[in-house]
Write a protein that binds this ligand. Sequence first.
Ligand code: SF4
Length: 373
Amino acid sequence: MAGIYIHIPFCKQACTYCDFHFSTNQKLRKPLIDALCVEIKQRSHEIKEAPATLYFGGGSPSILNEEELAQIFETLSSSFDVSRLTEVTLESNPDDHSAEKLKLWQSLGVNRLSIGIQSFIDRDLILMNRAHNAHEASNCVKNARETGFEKVSIDLIYGIPNQSIDEWKNNIQRAIDLAPEHISAYCLTVEEKTVLHHQVAKNMVTEKDDETIEREFLVLHELLTKAGFEHYEISNFGKPEHMATHNGSYWQGLDYVGFGPAAHSFDGATKRRWNVSNNPQYIKAISEGGRYWEDEILTDTDRTNEQLMTGLRRHQGIDLSTLPKNHQAVIAQNLQQLNGDLKSCLWQEGEQLGIKPENWLLADALIRELMIA
Ligand code: SF4
């Protein structure tokens, strides 16, 4: 068993760009955590081998108090073998980095923090309605180190409206100076039904154009690579030996079990399932013994297309020889039909096919061209 994912669907406030499943209404916290623990117990038979990674995502798992986290950890350790966990990650927000919470997380066995800094500039944080400020962004890694955390990952966002290229370079440098082992950087995208979508539609906020985004991505690649980070996935950079193991298992198509509303699970072969993205429905279905998930059986074509989607976003690319023979032939044909510009974005060494890092922003378009119809 590769990993366990726990989704905590609560946040202090709604970031303008976010389309993850979360609620800012805290009233259902107790019944939801009770339901989550019931789900863990009921599905523990799916965890046939001791998992290597445990990942608390959301939402904002760092919002949870001692009692809530202790309840979840006790349920986990009484439901399956946790003795082989090597990476226990908790997504945290800088405003939750009190000395008490940091000590609590460490005492429970969390050994890696993934901190949602996003920017060191107050103007950006206010624009995105983040709950923390620039001062907390600057201090959260130091606090974590003082508590003894040895694995720290920082999240940054590029493509932020009104942020200049010099401010972006400065944000990257500030992140490097904090000496994290890992950095994830995501492009701000305008998702439907978000506040940001409304702001853009009403001309209250102007999206950055593609050329500016590309420039920011290239600067990111250059500065972090120079600083000794390996750009190992389109949005992820790690110091040697510090690539994210849990997320790596998703990209490699390994098995994982996800608990909580909106959590996904995959058996490593053909079966995928996902829980309902609705807190009241999740709680009600679990308390009444009803169904709170959907699932699907993936076809060979689905699996190949997924391998293309994840493989071509990683620096080592995809090993075409691992795909079914008939799919290899279709992909070879699709490759031949690519226009010269798109073809020049790819590299191929023997059976290994990848996208050059400087062209990763074209990954979606390239993958669409290569996928099996
Ligand atoms: S803290 Fe994270 S999950 Fe919560 S609203 Fe902001 S981006 Fe979304």
